[in-house]
Design a protein around this ligand. Structure first.
Ligand code: SF4
Ligand code: SF4
Length: 253
């Protein structure tokens, strides 16, 4: 089968998986080499490990498939209802539970795609990891950044909140990836960007001050542990992007 036929087969698999979970999906395909080059060195090491003996072949002409599932709209609207100190945590847990559900759905989808086309699935970033590490930097060697794969494959652009912003679903998506040597049609990085928008920065002091802070992700990690929801999430910067950004009229979950 040619690259387009192969890509179509993967797309159909992903659509089937999304349908099974009643979710909407996005897919992109980046050259393995461009993702490898864009990763921080410690994550390049992790990608090498995950590639095993296939690393050289993947680097030569392999691909990384970025797959994304979008949150349902009601889950995003359940984030941070109320005000600091009196948030409706039960409602917020709707989003926290959907986070777990999306991760599980992505893990099943990436495993199925990898098994059917011959490849290696990189599951969604682990639930519960934030509380198990002592500093956010402990986390980097454990994972490969799905955001880099999503950027390189045009699933979305890197927003000012550091999340991937998809032109249709905003940053209300979760990501997983699949390494493969199956010839696939590559999809290009998007030329879209945040422009003058700063809505997500307005809702989060850590994001707003990220240039001054040593690593704003550490403050974020501590904040979401402090929230104590059923999974380690916050999502205020996700809701701000979806509901109030300059793109709010074009986003649709
Ligand atoms: S998840 Fe919450 S604490 Fe973390 S960057 Fe977004 S708004 Fe800030
Ligand atoms: S809220 Fe605005 S600045 Fe922040 S990620 Fe979304 S589009 Fe970009």
């Amino acid at each position: 089968m040619d690259v387009d036929g192969n890509s179509e087969s993967v797309r159909v698999l992903l659509m089937e998986e999304a349908g099974r979970h009643n979710l909407e999906e996005v897919m992109g395909v980046a050259p393995f080499a461009s993702v490898y080059k864009a990763l921080m060195p410690v994550q390049q090491g992790r990608l090498r490990e995950l590639s095993g003996d296939g690393f050289d072949e993947l680097l030569r002409d392999g691909s990384i498939i970025s797959i994304a599932f979008a949150y349902p709209e009601h889950a995003v609207d359940s984030i941070a209802v109320g005000s600091e100190g009196s948030y409706d945590k039960e409602r917020w847990n709707i989003y926290a539970r959907e986070y777990i559900r999306l991760n599980e759905a992505l893990n099943e989808a990436s495993a199925r795609i990898a098994s059917e086309i011959g490849g290696v699935a990189i599951p969604a970033t682990m639930t519960g990891i934030a509380a198990k590490i002592s500093h956010v930097e402990d986390y980097y060697p454990l994972v490969v950044s799905h955001r880099v794969v999503a950027e390189q494959s045009g699933v979305g652009w890197r927003g000012k909140n550091e999340l991937i912003v998809n032109p249709r679903f905003s940053c209300a998506i979760r990501l997983a990836s699949v390494l493969t040597t199956l010839p696939l049609r590559r999809t290009l990085p998007t030329t879209m960007g945040c422009g003058d928008c700063h809505t997500c920065l307005d809702v989060c002091p850590y994001l707003r001050n990220k240039e001054e802070l040593q690593n704003y992700r550490e403050q974020c990690r501590r904040y979401l542990i402090h929230l104590g929801l059923v999974s380690d999430v916050c999502g205020k910067c996700v809701k701000a992007c979806y509901r109030d950004s300059v793109y709010r009229d074009q986003f649709k979950l």
